[in-house]
Design a protein around this ligand. Structure first.
Ligand SMILES: [Mg+2]
Length: 396
């Protein structure tokens, strides 16, 4: 098909499969399963229906054409279009720099922090720094695990959990992906999960999964998924949940990771004022939860607007997501966003890393203060990974 059959829309991918060869799903005649894409396909009787499904990133069978055409639809902003490479790179830098700037302020309540304008890569003289032996410009577990995920994407072409679990173990025990191979910060849940991995528990079951096990350790590292291409929002959301399972097995963490990825992807297209509404639209769509393997209840819980008033920079995954959102939405440049994220206090490096990746995508590499970029340590770890990633991008 050379031209799109629907005004104003284009099919991202014309699929060779035919409706009558697809597997039936339950009693619903309008949905079938495509083994090739491992995806649900939705029958559309009208253009309007097709557009509505397309807005949710679904595969659609165009039943109103003479011969139904299947294809992944990509309409306007609601598809997780790949970030332009320079912004994907800026996002990773934003994460690493945000993490590094936040490290010395960790554990402090907001009232014990320097005034907003004095928050910097090197804290003011006399400030009782957390991790006092760690030189300024050092990323922590957030940055290291993000690089571990990027390495898995580059090495396996996706989120291979066995590979990723190996990387996470190598980080904790050998300092792989850490600056100077020095690990100075590990979350409680992540440590538990790694012990379980060492004892032979399967990666997808290693993450503790009670409601109390909802720290932000899977959210803080998820950004590199946006340096990869995904067929649709539900594929991206599913990948976000998968990478979480290795250390954080509760469905709330999966939803928070998915919401963050979709939000950052939408930020690029829509800007901070509209991006969140776009992801609400996607995630609350009628079949999104099922397609992405997420809990509908947890989607409602994580997206509940009441969280905005409770944001406090804690290590709780929902709080981190909302604190980062506020830092991005209430500021207009990268440095202000990082300072705002740190000003919440408590888990400052993670809030700043999560907000920082989003701000990196919004403001680009040049938007990150040069002094902060130049002070970032660990280039011997980062640069070879970025070179591999750039090579991969040119091969696409
Ligand atoms: Mg950290």
């Amino acid at each position: 098909m050379s031209t799109a059959p629907i005004d104003g829309c284009r099919l991202r991918y014309e699929c060779p499969m035919r409706w009558d060869t697809l597997e039936r799903v339950g009693r619903d005649e309008s949905v079938r399963f495509c083994g090739q894409c491992q995806s649900a396909v939705h029958w559309a009787d009208t253009e309007e229906q097709a557009i509505a499904f397309g807005r949710q990133g679904k595969c659609v069978a165009l039943g109103f054409l003479d011969a139904p055409v299947l294809g992944e639809m990509s309409i306007g902003p609601l598809s997780p279009e790949e970030l332009p490479p320079e912004l994907a790179e800026a996002g990773l830098w934003g994460l690493l720099v945000g993490d590094a700037v936040g490290v010395p302020y960790e554990f402090h309540p907001p009232h014990a922090l320097p005034p907003l304008e004095a928050i910097d890569l090197v804290p003011p003289r006399g400030f009782p720094r957390a991790h006092a032996g760690v030189p300024p410009g050092t990323w922590s577990d957030d940055g290291a695990q993000a690089l571990a995920l990027l390495d898995t994407l580059l090495s396996t072409g996706g989120v291979d959990l066995k590979h990723f679990a190996g990387n996470i173990k190598a980080w904790l025990h050998e300092g792989r992906f850490a600056v100077n191979r020095s690990v100075f910060d590990v979350g409680r849940q992540t440590a538990t999960a790694i012990n379980r991995l060492m004892a032979g528990v399967a990666p997808e079951q290693a993450g503790p999964s009670t409601e109390q096990d909802n720290g932000n350790g899977a959210l803080m590292r998820v950004f590199p998924l946006l340096m990869h291409s995904w067929r649709s929002p539900h594929h991206l959301a599913h990948a976000a949940a998968q990478q979480s399972k290795v250390t954080h097995g509760h469905p709330r963490s999966h939803v928070a990771c998915a919401a963050y990825c979709l939000w950052v992807s939408a930020l690029h297209r829509w800007g901070p004022a509209r991006a969140w509404a776009v992801i609400e639209d996607i995630m609350q769509g009628p079949t999104f939860a099922d397609n992405a393997g997420l809990s509908e209840e947890e989607i409602e819980f994580v997206l509940d607007p009441a969280w905005r008033a409770k944001a406090s920079g804690s290590g709780y995954v929902v709080d981190t997501l909302w604190s980062a959102r506020i830092a991005v939405e209430e500021t207009g440049d990268y440095a202000s966003c990082i300072r705002r994220a740190i000003a919440f206090g408590h888990d400052t490096d993670t809030t700043a890393a999560v907000a920082g990746a989003a701000a990196g995508v919004l403001y680009g590499l040049d938007g990150i203060p040069a002094a902060w970029r130049e002070a970032l340590r660990g280039r011997d770890v980062l640069d070879p990974l970025m070179a591999r990633w750039r090579q991969r991008v040119t091969e696409r």
